[in-house]
Design a binder for this molecule. Structure first.
Ligand code: AMP
Length: 218
C-alpha cells in the first residue's frame, strides 16, 4: 500500500492520513510536519525551509525530494506508506517515480471547494507536542488550548493566516494541480470528496481502501 494523498491545503489529508496510518499499520509521512519539526529543532534543513514556509511558498524540490527519499528507506515503510503533502510539483513527482524503489498503489485526490478550505484552515489549531490537528468548531479539544492526546499546547500555524492561505492556494493551483492529470494518465488516480465532514470522508476512504486491498490480493 504505497499511497499518496493529493489535494489543496485544508482538504483533510492530514486528518485522514493519521487515522488510516493507524488502521493500516503503515506510516503517515507528512512533509509539512517533517519541516515543522526541523524548524522547531533549528536543523540546517529547518533553517532553509522556514523562509519558504512562512511565505506560503514551496520549499525547493531538491531539498524536499532528498528528505522524502531518505524517509522512504526506513524499515517502517516496508509494508507501505501514506505520503501527505508530497509530491507538490511535477519535478517532485517525476523524481519520486525515478528514484524511489517502491511502486505507487494509488493517488487519492481530495477534491475540495474554496469555502470549505478557508473555513477549515482559519479555524485550525495544532498540537505543539504531537502535531495532532483540531478545529474550533468541527473538532474542538476537550479542554480549550490543550491536546486531548498528549496534553501539549495548541497553536495556530503562522501560515494559516488568510493572506498566506490565499497565496498557498495560488501556489497549489500553479504547481500542484497539474499532478491530478499526471496521475490520471498513469491510471492510479482515485478521486474522493474533500468537502465531506470527517466521518463521511472516513467512510468513503474505507471503501477505497477495501477495494485497493481486494485488488492487491487478486
Ligand atoms: P503542509 O503542512 O503540507 O501544508 O506544508 C506546510 C509547508 O511546508 C508548505 O506550505 C511548504 O512551504 C512546505 N512543504 C511541505 N511539503 C512540501 C513539498 N512537497 N514541496 C515543497 N514544500 C513543501
Amino acid at each position: 500500500m504505497n499511497i499518496i494523498f493529493l489535494g489543496p491545503p485544508g482538504a483533510g489529508k492530514g486528518t485522514h492520513a493519521a487515522d488510516f496510518s493507524k488502521e493500516l499499520g503503515i506510516p503517515h509521512i507528512s512533509t509539512g510536519e517533517i519541516f515543522r519539526e526541523a524548524v522547531k529543532n533549528e536543523t540546517p534543513i529547518g533553517l532553509k525551509a522556514k523562509e519558504f514556509m512562512d511565505r506560503g511558498e514551496l520549499v525547493p524540490d531538491e531539498v524536499v525530494v532528498d528528505v522524502v527519499l531518505d524517509r522512504l528507506k526506513r524499515d517502517d515503510c516496508q509494508k507501505g506508506y501514506i505520503l501527505d503533502g508530497f509530491p507538490r510539483s511535477l519535478p517532485q513527482a517525476e523524481m519520486l517515480g525515478q528514484k524511489s524503489d517502491s511502486e505507487l498503489t494509488a493517488v487519492i485526490y481530495f477534491e475540495t471547494c474554496k469555502d470549505v478550505i478557508l473555513m477549515r484552515l482559519t479555524g485550525r489549531w495544532m498540537c505543539r507536542g504531537c502535531g495532532k490537528g483540531y478545529h474550533i468548531k468541527n473538532l474542538p479539544p476537550k479542554v480549550a488550548g490543550v491536546c486531548d492526546e498528549c496534553a501539549g499546547e495548541l497553536y495556530q500555524r503562522a501560515d494559516d493566516k488568510v493572506d498566506t492561505i490565499e497565496h498557498r492556494l495560488t501556489v497549489y493551483n500553479q504547481e500542484t494541480k497539474t499532478l491530478i492529470d499526471y496521475y490520471k494518465n498513469k491510471d492510479i488516480l482515485i478521486q474522493v470528496n474533500g468537502d465531506f465532514e470527517k466521518q463521511e470522508g472516513h467512510e468513503e476512504l474505507e471503501g477505497v481502501f477495501t477495494k485497493l486491498k481486494s485488488n492487491a490480493s487478486c
